[in-house]
Design a protein around this ligand. Structure first.
Ligand code: KG4
Ligand code: ZN
Length: 339
């Protein structure tokens, strides 16, 4: 069978990215231009700046992704692009670019759901992984437990009622003076701290065994910081970070493994930026091993935003016969599994 080369384009938040993937599994190039430096000045992503930076960078990023593989656009078979969810102005840059390229080069266009892309990142380094499996999605905007029934068929069995896990990491990092982006900084500083130093609450949502809530633990950290300040007690940044991280990780691991056991799933994949967290990976590994579950997670570079994952999901959508029309638009609140 002829090889299928997919060019993936991602611009939903603060990374401008393009990648070329062969047959849905082999990454030939993966170029990511991060805007972190500029957003760090503001303590978080500024949507309008993100859009402007995407428009500045996107052609060079795509050019680089093609140049690394030494194939002209002509040899690409499919163009796939994130069309939601995300920041509308940021998404529009990638969608507009992908449409223009596909139109000019006469290539099929496939719009991809960003979170479905995160899930698909697991296929890159695990050739044995195929649906069905259970996926714990933990990103900056999403915390979901998803049954991946097929490459394009998803059932959400649990989600957060308030903050996403990554959002909680970012907010707590800001509160303890670590700045943006919070997740990787908390991960790093926690290695020096005692995760049992402070007992933060493990929020349970009553009545829903697979749902999550992280605003309670975030508020508990903020209260703890206020109390320390009022009493004039100096905080131990590493202990606060490690204790907060443990409170989040404990709940994620417990719920994911409980869901897998109940549903009879023997495989769990973890996806999204927070899947790069070293403590989450270690705790998931231990708990899965104890319960006879095989755990999958992508390398850190494929956990956070990238276009390889969009090309992978784009490949499977393409093989299933799905094509986007010339009227493809950005959908900022696109739902998982929406077709
Ligand atoms: O998936 P992602 O790159 O973008 C979204 O789709 O949201 O996720 C970004 C989130 C941020 O909240 C960031 O703080 C978090 O992932 N993150 C981490 C780590 N690396 C990134 N959280 C915890 N530990 C990490 N090592
Ligand atoms: Zn993402």
């Amino acid at each position: 069978m002829k090889d299928i080369l997919v060019l993936g384009i991602e611009s939903s938040c603060d990374e401008t990215a393009a990648a070329v993937v062969k047959n849905g599994r082999e990454v030939l190039s993966n170029v990511i231009s991060s805007q972190i430096d500029i957003h760090t000045l503001y303590g978080g992503v500024v949507p309008e700046i993100a859009s402007r930076k995407h428009i500045e960078r996107i052609n060079q990023v795509i050019e680089e992704a093609l140049a690394q593989v030494a194939v002209p656009l002509d040899r690409i078979d499919v163009i796939s692009v994130t069309y939601g969810p995300g920041l509308v102005g940021a998404l529009l840059v990638g969608v507009g670019e992908a449409k223009a390229l596909a139109y000019a080069a006469g290539k099929p266009l496939v719009g991809v759901h960003h979170i479905e892309g995160h899930i698909a990142a697991n296929y890159i380094e695990h050739p044995d992984l195929e649906p069905p499996f259970l996926c714990l999605v933990v990103s900056g905007g999403h915390t979901h437990l998803v049954q991946v029934k097929d490459y394009g068929a998803f059932e959400i069995i649990g989600c957060t009622h308030d903050d996403a896990a990554g959002e909680a990491f970012d907010k707590v990092a800001r509160a303890i003076g670590l700045g943006y982006p919070g997740g990787p900084k908390i991960d790093k500083v926690s290695k020096e701290g005692n995760p049992c130093a402070i007992e933060f609450p493990r929020a349970k949502i009553t009545g829903s065994e697979y749902d999550f809530s992280f605003s309670g633990v975030k508020s508990a950290v903020l209260n703890y910081l206020n109390q320390c300040e009022m009493k004039g007690v100096e905080i131990n940044q590493a202990d606060v970070a490690a204790s907060f991280q443990k409170a989040v990780v404990d709940v994620l691991v417990e719920r994911a493994v409980a869901a897998a056991k109940k549903l009879g799933e023997k495989r769990i994949a973890v996806a999204g930026g927070v899947a790069a967290n070293s403590s989450l990976r270690a705790a998931m590994q231990d708990c899965c091993k104890e319960n006879g579950i095989t755990l999958y997670y992508p390398s850190p570079v494929y956990c956070t935003d990238n276009a390889a994952m969009i090309a992978v999901q784009g490949y499977y959508e393409f093989m299933a016969g799905r094509r986007s029309g010339w009227d493809l638009n950005a959908v900022p609140n696109l739902k998982i599994g929406q077709r």
